[in-house]
Design a protein around this ligand. Sequence first.
Ligand code: B1M
Length: 209
Amino acid sequence: MELLKEICEKLQKGKAKDVKVLVQQAIDENIPAKTILEEGLLSGMSIIGEKFKNNEVFVPEVLVAARAMNVGAGLLKPLLAEAGVEATGKVCIGTVEGDLHDIGKNLVKMMMEGKGLEVIDLGTNVSPATYVQTAKEQGCQVICCSALLTTTMPVMKDVVQAVREAGLDAKVMIGGAPVSQAFCDQIGADGYTPDAASAADMAVQFCRA
Ligand code: B1M
């Protein structure tokens, strides 16, 4: 679809204002929010990711693309949310210590809020102690950790260990591009999902259990 291709291209160029206008146009044309997200915004972000890997673009270009992504995703937020859902539980979410990537984490948060979960956003660079303290003080049923760097994935193991040592019965969910089910099993986390929508489904299941 031409419009989605245009969103994808403007996102890669970091044209946040254009992305905003085009996403709104796509919404007005009744293109499903999930399609706009996946085939417009995320597809642009994935091309930028490849170029970043191949040194064809650098941090500043990636940052402006990320900003455009957040602007577009913000418009989709109310549409991705399910209307009239009742609060189903409380979770906290953050990107683990040493890691500043937050686009995926923000999408997971958005999907979880859409399912009626109360989400405490701890931001990026979150230490295991902060997850534990927040879950304890706020009574979170689920602790959600995102990581995008292979070097920060081991912090997830520290989170699991800190949660168990603190005697919390909160579930620990993990995700992010380099994370896998095998890694989840290896560190003893309670759940892994590859995308934001299934993360929200899993969190709801944990909260209801
Ligand atoms: Co960075 N970066 N980056 N970066 N960056 C990657 C991750 C990288 C793969 C690029 C590459 O080389 N190909 C690479 C990591 C390599 C590795 O670890 N093996 C990398 C690197 C090296 C770095 C720096 C070290 C670069 C440098 O400075 N030399 C640096 C590190 C900074 C730090 O964190 N300490 C860095 C910096 C940055 C920017 C600041 C420029 C920017 C981040 C901006 C921001 O987030 N606000 C950035 C970006 C944007 C990327 C890429 C291009 C895109 C990441 C992204 O947002 N993807 C990325 C390349 C790539 O992934 N192709 C790259 C879109 C997002 C929606 O996907 O987060 O995977 P993702 O989330 C998905 C799922 O994984 C899942 O749901 C989401 C949607 O369905 N999910 C969960 C996520 N969390 C979940 C949690 C769950 C469940 C599912 O349960 C709790």
